[in-house]
Design a protein. Structure first.
Length: 148
């Protein structure tokens, strides 16, 4: 009896493991390079939602709507194209790697800009400090003159 139940369970488990079929190529499939651009924007917006949610709300920016309008697509077209590309893991990995490379490049650009701004700020502070030191020396020199 136990053996029969075990065999039935195994058959049930094997029968429930349905092979998924490759999604049909959508008629309005988004090109890979455009998909990279869309996913890049999606990743940026997702990061912004985590750090700058108030700014997005303040400017009434809805990321999904913005992306659909920018790329002139609709949500169904995006979902079907994403599903189609995601089925082929290697192709989707290539797309994601391109997105990642662009994110890293953008990050480097912004970090360089931040560093330049920090250098300018340090230079201003140093020049203000130097001006204050020069003024202090002049006061000391002037008071020494007056004492003579």
């Amino acid at each position: 009896m136990k053996r029969t139940i075990l065999i039935l369970c195994c058959l049930f488990i094997l029968g429930s493991c349905d092979k998924t079929e490759r999604p049909k190529k959508p008629e309005n499939l988004i090109a890979k390079d455009k998909m990279v651009n869309i996913l890049f924007d999606v990743f940026v917006f997702n990061a912004a939602k985590g750090t700058e949610r108030r700014s997005l709300d303040k400017h009434h920016v809805t990321p999904d709507v913005y992306i659909y309008e920018k790329y002139q697509i609709d949500s169904l077209q995006f979902v079907k194209s994403n599903e189609y590309y995601a089925y082929d893991v290697k192709a989707y990995e290539d797309i994601i790697n391109e997105v990642e490379a662009r994110l890293i490049a953008k990050k480097a650009v912004y970090e360089a800009e931040i560093e330049k701004e920090e250098d300018r700020r340090r230079e201003r502070l140093d020049s203000i400090k130097k001006l204050g030191d020069d003024t202090k020396k002049n006061r000391t020199f002037d008071t020494a003159k007056q004492d003579k």
